[in-house]
Ligand binder design. Sequence first.
Ligand code: DX5
Ligand code: ZN
Length: 216
Amino acid sequence: MILSPSMLSSDFTNMESELKALEAAGLEWVHLDIMDGMFVPNITFGPPIIKAMRAKSNLFFDCHLMIKEPGRYIQDFADAGADLICVHAETCDHLERVCAQIAETGAKPVVALNPHTPLESIKYLIPQLYMVLIMSVNPGFGGQKFIPFCLDKVKELRAMITEAKADTLIQIDGGVTLDNAAELTAAGVDILVSGSAFFGFPPYDERHQAFQNVCK
Ligand code: DX5
Ligand code: ZN
């Protein structure tokens, strides 16, 4: 299991030390939530901030774009240092094209689905995706409650990936805690995103270990 802490719950005034603390705690990924105030009712940060973070960190930058028309900004995020670029299926009229555009930059192409969006919408794209992100809250804010039906969605996605003979990874984001982490990984999740349940409980090395322990 890979844990990808969501910087949305970190101390924004000390991003450099937060990133360094994650590396020191043995984390390899960090989840960056980009929100535009249009697709979701909140605004965070964009490529300039990611570029500044990139200069201070070697972590794998897992960039979750919650923005309308993400195709207009793929190159900007790649240039800023995104290792993975995740776009929402709901924001792309031509999702296959946007995924190809991401792959062309050298970043890993990923698609996110809102809780109510059917898996069917990405069925044919699975072989070309590095990962699928199942949103388990309505995106926009940290600290929300996990929507229970998303567990079934993970199981169904795992079966679809097996059926497609693909090696696409599954990530879950929203309301992940020490209480549901084991059930989620058993259902087929490879990467857990955690914001409030991670950053709210320092020290980070112990919290990281606690997540790894419950998922064993
Ligand atoms: C929500 C974001 C999440 C958020 C998760 O829209 O995409 O990444 O930070 O936060 P928690 O883990 O607190 O639900
Ligand atoms: Zn996210």
